[in-house]
Ligand binder design. Structure first.
Ligand code: GLC
Length: 508
């Protein structure tokens, strides 16, 4: 089924451009450099110390100048923010502090004029406990939405239904006194897991996908894509062995019953079919915290599941030529020629690579960017990577990440990598008004866009040059072996940003 779009929408516009360039639009993600934005921290336009969607729109000129092809926004849907958007209370509306549906539409429209696609984040594993579905589910055992979540009776001795543990510490079960059963939460107790064995849940998410795709959203990053389907018999997870990855060893159990169940692949095949209803096809990139690259490769299916899947073994590799070479080779071997690799070094859950890999040394940071942007595959930059932005020490009284509170002494929390973008020197750093306290403290604004943009020798200019070089050199994107001759602009159907994206067009 082909879907029709509103006049003036991005699809109409992209088909016009396609006629101009005659470039194939399929698989645009293979040639793209994607830029992850944490909207709360990118640009505040209303002086409340929190970034918003209008702020992202106001910075499109910069993103276009940088040369990126798509932005991925971490969740923008309504949420009580226990886990900053990863606890969704309504999949069809926008978190008020970030904007509203009209601001999403404006962003998509304006980004489209810059040749930039907008990718959103979707959280299918769990909702907020304040989502109407869960409120209904916990109201009684007979509620309409009861079976949308994973409920279990106490075990024979009145204790937990099984040994499953939450990634965020403690058991993965919370007792619900009103109905006398436990519900599953693989993350916070206020993030109850959905029951993906229920066909109504599957149907509802098809609707959610189409709701956003119809607005012109180019794809989704799928949160915790390996955990969505859980063992239907709720069997215990086995203990870890010495061969298990450090992450599993820290948890103390192998997630054999809570991760990568065979049936999870049905879901991604179903979602891919929805993506194929659209022209150009919508894109799915999975977040799977997996350390076996063959398992990572499994999520691509036979080109009928996710088009891209994040590569955490690369994220966590040591920053040495030898270690990186090994992980790149293992990735290439596991993925083969047909599955497309993703390279990323920082995100909102892991320490920024300029700190973690490079200890703040600008020469190493430049090397890190060079590695990221010259490998065959799709690089994902995290906002600030291009400047060499490092983690920020967040004082105890400013910590907001629930992880630090739930796992004191065990987890440093994720606030250090989520601090506001540094646009210019001085108070507010161009992120917010000078007299406003931002939601997380600012880093050292000596590292900033304004100064680096004017300095030919800066990290930012190196990053921009690498992106441009990549665009001009198909071999840098495809590694040579998959280069298809004659693909205009590497198969992108959008115009070069600089040419079309003018500041005046972006106002409003
Ligand atoms: C993913 C997100 C992380 C979130 C978790 C639970 O790992 O990236 O930020 O806390 O899922 O939704």
């Amino acid at each position: 089924m082909q879907r029709r779009f509103r006049p003036g929408s991005r699809a109409v516009w992209t088909s016009t451009i396609r006629k101009m360039t005659e470039a194939p639009v399929t698989q645009w993600w293979r040639d793209a450099v994607v830029y992850q934005v944490y909207p709360r921290s990118f640009q505040d336009t209303d002086g409340d110390g929190v970034g918003n969607l209008a702020g992202v729109t106001s910075r499109l000129e910069y993103l276009s100048w940088l040369g990126i092809d798509a932005v991925w926004l971490t969740p923008i849907t309504a949420s009580p923010d226990d886990d900053f958007g990863y606890d969704v209370s309504d999949y069809y509306s926008v978190q008020p502090v970030l904007g509203d549906l009209a601001s999403v539409d404006r962003l998509i429209e304006a980004a489209g004029r810059c040749g930039i696609r907008v990718i959103l984040d979707i959280v299918p594993n769990h909702t907020s406990d304040r989502h109407a579905w869960f409120k209904d589910a916990r109201a009684s055992r007979e509620s309409e939405h009861r079976d949308w979540y994973v409920w279990a009776r106490p075990s024979r001795h009145g204790s937990l239904p099984n040994n499953w543990l939450s990634v965020f510490g403690g058991p993965a079960w919370e007792h619900d006194p009103a109905t006398g059963e436990f519900y599953l939460h693989q993350f916070l107790p206020s993030q109850p897991d959905l029951n993906w064995w229920n066909p109504q849940v599957r149907g509802e998410f098809d609707r959610i996908l189409r709701f956003w795709f119809d607005r012109g959203v180019a794809g989704f990053r799928i949160d915790t894509a390996n955990k969505v389907v859980k063992d239907s018999l709720l069997r215990d997870n086995p203990p870890v062995g010495p061969a298990d990855h450090a992450m599993a060893r820290r948890l103390g159990q192998r997630p054999a019953r809570t991760s990568s169940q065979a049936e999870v692949h049905e879901i991604w095949r179903r979602w891919r079919a929805v993506c194929r209803e659209y022209e150009p096809e919508r894109m799915l990139v999975g977040e799977t915290w997996l350390f076996d690259l063959n398992e990572v490769a499994g999520y691509y299916g036979a080109d009928d599941e996710l088009q891209l899947n994040f590569n955490f073994p690369f994220v966590y590799a040591d920053f040495s030529a030898e270690a990186l070479r090994r992980v790149v080779e293992r990735t290439e071997a596991a993925l083969g020629a047909s599955r497309w690799p993703v390279w990323t070094a920082s995100n909102h859950d892991v320490s920024r690579f300029p700190s973690r890999w490079c200890g703040g040394d600008s020469r190493l940071i430049r090397m890190g960017l060079t590695v990221l942007l010259t490998l065959r595959g799709t690089p994902f930059l995290y906002y600030g990577d291009e400047l060499g932005m490092t983690d920020v020490d967040v004082p105890g009284d400013r910590i907001v990440d629930p992880l630090s509170r739930r796992m004191p002494g065990q987890h440093r929390g994720r606030d250090p990598e989520r601090t506001p973008m540094l646009w210019r020197p001085g108070p507010g750093a161009g992120f917010t008004d000078p007299d406003v306290e931002p939601w997380l403290p600012l880093g050292d604004s000596q590292v900033n866009v304004e100064q680096q943009r004017d300095d030919r020798t800066s990290t930012l200019r190196l990053c921009r040059d690498l992106i441009a070089l990549r665009r001009e050199s198909p071999d840098l994107r495809t590694g040579g072996r998959l280069h298809e001759p004659g693909r205009a602009r590497g198969g992108l159907d959008l115009p070069a940003g600089d040419q079309y994206c003018r500041r005046a067009e972006l106002s409003g």
